[in-house]
Design a binder for this molecule. Structure first.
Ligand SMILES: NC(=O)c1ccc[n+]([C@@H]2O[C@H](COP(=O)([O-])OP(=O)(O)OC[C@H]3O[C@@H](n4cnc5c(N)ncnc54)[C@H](OP(=O)(O)O)[C@@H]3O)[C@@H](O)[C@H]2O)c1
Length: 322
């Protein structure tokens, strides 16, 4: 496992972080609680020291499982969670008002069984709350010692610039993979210029880039993959298939799995601090961390770059959203 020092901290985090959205049990089909618990334990036992969760993942369940798994190991884990999606009304409305995020934070601390969170991130921008107000509240939590670093997620360039202007912004979490390159346009350059850590989510294309789908998969309406990630749409399948074929060719030559190459591509991008990789079983966790990162040569990078750019050549805007 490769580790990276986080700017301005005394912590070196694993380049592969465990993402725990699917582990929460809602929004993704066929939930296996035993597999979820074992996935977190396996990650921690095999060098992953960075876990990303959120209240909305299983309406608190993901945080509860993470909390149990890190008991007795708290100081060795860089723990990231999020705020600002209202799970208590079950409407999942965006709410980054100081009064709401104060409640959200107290509930997360309880579920995670800890008195501090290493990275506390605004999950989605909230058009109803000025960013400066949210940032002031987050800085207060930081002073109180309840959170160590402040992050945002799914922010546009303008929103990110506003958050940076309010001071103390540590990281941006964004959808970035071979299947989603739009952050390259302005988000990544801004993070580079402002020294903001970049956490890339969805590096396996929610499973698509592991090469396990011979045909385009379809999911039930309640499964997040049916609405959240645009690359699952039928019109993108031919280009996605060609990209997966390219990954498989490189993987075969290297004696590794296609997903290993997809994660390695993300980690090869200078701007990326960590790849947040989801897994639903210990086997998936082990596959996702062993051999990562493979150092890809220029020819392999050029092939992946070309195939990846073909997926959204028509420049359809990203649709992943709550
Ligand atoms: N900030 C945000 O708004 C946001 C949004 C999305 C994600 N995230 C974060 O980023 C993390 C990762 O994103 P993600 O989970 O959506 O996508 P991902 O990491 O690209 O894909 C994870 C999914 O791929 C499948 N998979 C994983 N390893 C595999 C393997 N070795 N072989 C075959 N299949 C495998 C699993 O689903 P199946 O077994 O069901 O195929 C797993 O749940 C999330 O867990 C979350 O922490 C944040």
């Amino acid at each position: 496992m490769e580790y990276k020092w986080l700017k301005g901290t005394e912590f070196a985090v694993s380049a592969v972080a465990l993402g725990t959205w699917a582990i929460g049990g809602s929004h993704w089909d066929s939930y296996d609680e035993f597999g979820a618990v074992k996935s977190i334990e396996t990650a921690l036992d095999n060098g992953v020291n960075f876990i990303d969760t959120a209240p909305v993942y299983g309406d608190g369940h993901s945080e509860e499982l993470v909390g149990k798994a890190i008991r007795g190991k708290r100081d060795n884990v860089f723990l990231a969670t999020k705020c600002g999606l209202d799970i208590y009304s079950r409407k999942y409305e965006r709410n980054l008002s100081p009064s709401y995020i104060e409640i959200d934070l107290e509930q997360s601390l309880k579920r995670l069984g800890t008195d501090y969170i290493d990275l506390y991130q605004c999950h989605w921008p909230d058009p109803k709350t000025p960013i400066a107000e949210t940032m002031e509240a987050l800085k207060r939590f930081q002073k109180e010692g309840k959170i160590r670093h402040i992050g945002v997620s799914n922010f546009s360039e303008a929103q990110l610039a506003e958050a940076i202007a309010s001071g103390s912004l540590f990281s941006l979490q964004t959808h970035y993979s071979l299947l989603e390159r739009s952050p390259e346009k302005s988000l990544l350059p801004l993070c580079r210029e402002q020294n903001i850590c970049v956490l890339s989510y969805g590096p396996l294309g929610a499973g698509m880039l592991t090469g396990k789908y011979a045909e385009r998969p379809s999911f039930s309406r309640g499964d997040a993959r049916s609405f959240f990630y645009r690359f699952f749409k039928p019109q993108h399948w031919p280009q996605v298939r060609r990209l997966v074929d390219g990954l498989m060719t490189i993987a075969e030559a290297r004696g590794v799995k296609p997903g290993t190459i997809a994660i390695s591509w993300v980690l090869a991008q200078d701007d990326v601090t960590s790849a947040l990789v989801g897994a639903r079983s210990p086997e998936q966790v082990l596959e996702n961390i062993s051999h990562v990162p493979v150092s890809l040569d220029n020819e392999e990078m050029a092939l992946l770059d070309r195939l990846s750019r073909e997926v959204f050549a028509q420049q359809e805007p990203p649709t992943s959203s709550y």
